[in-house]
Design a protein around this ligand. Structure first.
Ligand code: AMP
Ligand code: GLY
Length: 422
């Protein structure tokens, strides 16, 4: 089969890595890809927001299945567009993609279906939002309704700050957001829980904890993710049962009832408080960098999973996982998540020995004349698995030491909650 993976991050490199292990994959394309995907797939340079052009390339290359990595094309309806042209797509349609594309949609769905989430209000008018803020406790969380490239959530420690941020959003700080969602601050420990879904059933697709803050000890501004490990230390059997019954199943049922059954990966960002799960957000795709650790642990052929979901046959497939613990540490360009250094050569990558327990997934990289350069804030995902998470982290750290790059930084404490006793 010929497959096309859309995207250019560490997530997409790890998806390509896993697909390459399938004997059923003939040609593998990645659009636009990076220097890592280039080694195992054919990169196609194309603006992925131009669906007509994407379709032409799919036809020309006789692609059988398209797998969408990032949220933006899904929220903009790439699945609907391609399915109308009879292309098989792994990823939800535009309606279902609102679970991530509109926080107001997600919160209203929770309310209607009694899904546990932070108390909230949705506002289009400043005066009403201000009244709500005045009557609320601090800290309080201010969220832009639409996609905001990870910058749309602010945890405010004063009402004045909350009022200022609300005003900015309502005045159009983010083009995608005319509304603001204001919600109660939930205290607890976060957990990322993944499922793969089709019309008839869903299957567990791993758990992880990621580290969103830029600095060690979870300090400083939010990023796309500085590292992740799997499985999450706080996922117990009892908690998982509650996540499925109180959050995942009512959501999948609500999407079915709406006439838009969900298809693809669904990622629940949860807060766990007193052994109870609360939904913070849904993502309609795999997490990045969570995907990188899950692809190292996945034993089942990923193509079989994707195909089963497209054919609504997931209930016939048993998805198997390696018992090992896995960790990924993100090497970022200095300055990230603010303005960061670009176009700097990364040396000595070939000094890192890669095998089934040690991989480097590229994110913002490109290649010229066999040399690798940086172009993104998050540049490489140095990933290791082992029976012991502490050892896995040490392996990633020693692989990072072999890479010669004075323009980057990374966190040494990824996975600290799970390995703090060492
Ligand atoms: P999101 O963009 O929705 O993933 O939010 C980014 C991060 O903000 C989450 O991963 C949480 O750490 C934090 N966050 C969002 N909403 C809340 C909330 N209601 N209470 C506490 N933390 C939150
Ligand atoms: N790692 C967080 C995300 O993918 O949204």
């Amino acid at each position: 089969m010929n497959l096309l993976v859309i995207g250019s991050g560490g997530r997409e490199h790890s998806i390509c890595y896993k697909l390459r292990q399938s004997s059923r994959v003939s040609k593998l394309f990645c659009m636009p890809g990076n220097a890592g995907t280039e080694k195992i797939a054919e990169n196609i340079s194309q603006d992925i927001s131009n669906f007509e052009e994407v379709y032409k390339i799919i036809k020309k290359n006789v692609v059988d299945i398209v797998i969408i990595g990032p949220e933006e094309p899904l929220v903009n309806g790439i699945t609907d567009f391609l399915e109308k042209k009879l292309v098989k797509v792994f990823g939800p349609n535009k309606f279902a993609a609102q679970l991530e594309g509109s926080k107001a949609f997600m919160k209203n769905l929770c309310k209607k279906n009694n899904i546990p989430t932070a108390n909230f209000g949705i506002f289009e008018k400043y005066e009403e939002a201000a009244k709500f803020i005045e009557e609320s406790q601090i800290p309080i969380v201010i969220k832009a309704d639409g996609l905001a490239a990870g910058k749309g959530v602010l945890i405010c420690n004063s009402k004045d700050e909350a009022l200022i941020e609300t005003k900015k959003i309502l005045e159009g700080k983010f083009k995608s957001s005319k509304k603001v969602v204001i919600e109660e601050f939930l205290e607890g420990e976060e957990l990322s829980y993944f499922v793969v879904v089709d019309k008839n059933s869903y299957s567990f697709f791993g758990s992880a904890q990621d580290h969103k803050r830029v600095g060690e000890g979870d300090t400083g501004p939010n990023t796309g993710g500085m590292g992740a490990y799997s499985p999450a230390r706080n996922l117990t059997k009892d908690l998982e049962f509650k996540i499925k019954k109180k959050i995942i199943e009512p959501t999948i049922q609500a999407m079915k009832n709406s006439g838009n059954p969900y298809k693809g990966f669904l990622y629940a960002g949860l807060m766990v408080k007193n052994d109870e799960p609360y939904l913070i957000e849904y993502n309609i795709r795999m997490g990045d960098p969570e995907c990188q650790v899950l692809m190292m642990k996945l034993k089942t052929d990923l193509l079989n999973i994707v195909e089963a979901a497209i054919n609504n046959d997931l209930n016939k497939l048993k998805i198997e996982w390696d018992n090992k613990k896995c960790i990924t540490i993100v090497l970022c360009a200095k300055g990230y998540p603010g303005d960061y250094i670009k176009d700097k050569e990364i040396e000595n990558l070939s000094k890192v020995h890669l095998d089934k327990n040690n991989q480097i997934f590229h994110a913002g990289t490109y290649k010229i004349n066999e040399k690798i350069f940086s172009k993104g804030g998050r540049v490489l995902n140095v990933t290791s698995s082992s029976n012991d998470l502490y050892e896995a982290r040490n392996n990633s750290l020693s692989n990072l030491e072999k890479i010669k790059w004075n323009n980057g930084f990374f966190r040494k404490d990824i996975g600290w909650r799970a390995i703090k006793k060492k």
